[in-house]
Write a protein that binds this ligand. Structure first.
Ligand code: CIR
Length: 263
């Protein structure tokens, strides 16, 4: 099989909670506007639906300001789902509700256990292989547990440390799988040995944020405001859906973080 990790039928999404602006962020872009964030989130959901994806919505929960960034709470494959164990203590409780949704979709749900930590945003599937980002959220033990679980299904893994990078919170802040052996990568990851053999579309430093794009079925979702990378991805001939996610960026989140995409 080729191009695994680009076809999705369902997606878990969770609208921003009233406490959204109290979430974790290191950005200096100012406070997010909750109403605007909700509108942007609704447009994101509509885009997924238009691409043939059925939404599995989870209600917002103000106890967890970062809970709209659902991607960090799980890793899913065609063979099963694994609950993450987010590296930020304030986010660990988010997995409880996500577990219920995953259990409604999969016969069994595995989980990362302590002392492992792992954020779904650090995991990037490329065909039958997974890049595991070692970050300030995902540790080696979390990576080992995921590797061992994925190995049962014949998937392979390799690790990419982003701990030295100032601009990447998660691995997928700087890499996206477009299918057809093509990756979008941020400058910070260029030359990494794990990426050898792939065609790499490098996002210029000022467009690093747009490297967090998402191939969904026959289209690629991209953040608005990054014309150069958008034009280069469009040149591959797939539909590009440009979405404004400015309010999520203020909270260090991107396009991919807003959904857990299920094959
Ligand atoms: C956090 O710091 O955890 C959130 N404010 C942003 C998470 C973004 N998630 C992602 O990149 N996968």
């Amino acid at each position: 099989m080729t191009d695994q990790g680009v076809r999705f039928s369902r997606s878990i999404i969770r609208p921003p909670a009233d406490s959204f602006a109290e979430g974790l962020t290191a950005s200096d872009l100012g406070a997010p506007n909750l109403e605007r964030a909700r509108v942007q989130h609704a447009q994101y959901c509509l885009a997924l639906q238009r691409l043939g994806v059925t939404l599995l919505p989870v209600p917002p929960d103000s106890m967890y300001p970062d809970s709209t960034f659902v991607e960090d709470t799980a890793v899913v494959t065609a063979h099963g789902a694994m609950l993450a164990r987010p590296g930020a203590p304030s986010r660990q409780g988010e997995v409880t509700t996500i577990r219920e949704v995953l259990e409604s979709q999969y016969a069994t749900v595995a989980e990362i256990i302590a002392p492992g930590t792992l954020d779904g945003g650090d995991i990037c599937q490329v065909d039958g292989h997974f890049f595991i980002g070692l970050s300030h959220r995902t540790n080696e033990e979390g990576g080992r547990q995921l590797t061992s679980w994925l190995g049962r299904f014949g998937y392979t893994t390799s690790t990419i440390s982003i701990r030295e990078s100032r601009e990447l919170l998660h691995l997928k802040s700087g890499i996206a799988w477009l299918g057809d052996r093509r990756l979008v990568v941020a400058e910070a990851l260029v030359g990494h040995p794990a990426l050898r053999g792939y065609e790499q579309l490098v996002a210029a430093t000022e467009e690093t944020y747009a490297a967090n794009c998402v191939r969904v079925n026959d289209a690629v979702l991209m953040a608005a405001g990054f014309p150069e990378l958008t034009a280069r991805v469009s040149a591959f001939g797939r539909e590009v859906v440009v979405l404004d996610v400015s309010e999520f960026r203020k909270m260090d989140g991107g396009l991919s973080c807003l959904s857990i995409r299920l094959p």
